[in-house]
Design a protein around this ligand. Structure first.
Ligand SMILES: Nc1ncnc2c1ncn2[C@@H]1O[C@H](COP(=O)(O)OP(=O)(O)OP(=O)(O)O)[C@@H](O)[C@H]1O
Ligand SMILES: [Mg+2]
Length: 214
């Protein structure tokens, strides 16, 4: 009995978390067993690793060390939370996964997508997502949503920040070309419309028999 592993990917403010909640709600309503998660997912070891990465005093942190630590935290979350849920036959909706590391660290931070892929492949083994939804929106629009919803005046985004996010966007576009498991979702319309597109992309992967019998 195996479940369904679906990851949500895209730039900041693309709507991943909002749509994940909505899709999760709808799947549960239909009677499917669903786990909604994001790394480090409340897993103590993964939380501690993340703390090491984010600790402001760790200014000596090397880029590759950081990538390895992210991969380590990812593995622990996978082993402790995702795989047990899949073994129970659940639909796992995960907010960001390997593609985020490939896009942010591999490409935008310049570590190299191939190298970052290799360490993540070691961390994940063969537990790649069954389906990945890429929420497609330009960084300008995505970041503007975040700004708008902070209740602040919309700031002019500084050039370096935009440049970085443009690279992330470019990386995701490359990943879409490389992997059949990634489906592009137009993330520009309303949350309702985007959620409906995401749900429609998931539907063909759901078991055709009764919910709960995945
Ligand atoms: N389709 C949409 N239209 C308008 N606003 C949206 C849409 N989707 C999400 N938002 C709003 O944009 C903001 C960012 O959305 P959300 O947190 O879901 O994005 P995210 O992709 O998870 O971002 P992050 O990468 O920063 O976690 C939220 O305030 C949310 O309410
Ligand atoms: Mg989010």
């Amino acid at each position: 009995m195996t479940g369904l592993f679906i990851t949500f990917e895209g730039g900041d403010g693309a709507g991943k978390s909002s749509v994940l909640r909505e899709v999760g709600r709808r799947l549960k309503e239909e009677g499917y067993p669903v786990l909604e998660t994001r790394e480090p997912g409340g897993i103590e070891i993964a939380e501690k690793i993340r703390h090491v990465i984010l600790e402001p005093s760790h200014t000596a942190m090397d880029g590759r060390t950081e990538a390895l630590l992210y991969a380590a935290a990812r593995r622990q979350h996978l082993v402790e939370k995702v795989i047990p849920a899949l073994e129970k036959g659940m639909i796992v909706l995960c907010d960001r996964f390997i593609d985020s590391s490939l896009a942010y660290q591999g490409y935008a931070r310049g570590l190299g997508m191939d190298d970052v892929y290799r360490i993540n492949e070691f961390a994940i083994e063969d537990q790649m997502p069954d389906l990945t939804l890429f929420f497609d929106i330009t960084p300008e629009e995505g970041l503007a949503r975040i700004e708008a919803n902070k209740g602040r005046e919309q700031n002019r985004l500084d050039l370096e920040k935009i440049d970085f996010h443009e690279k992330v966007y470019e990386a995701y576009k490359k990943l879409v070309e490389c992997y059949d498991r990634i489906q592009v979702i137009d993330a520009r319309p309303s949350i309702e419309t985007v959620s409906a597109s995401a749900y429609a992309a998931i539907t063909p992967h759901l078991p055709s028999d009764t919910p709960g019998m995945l």
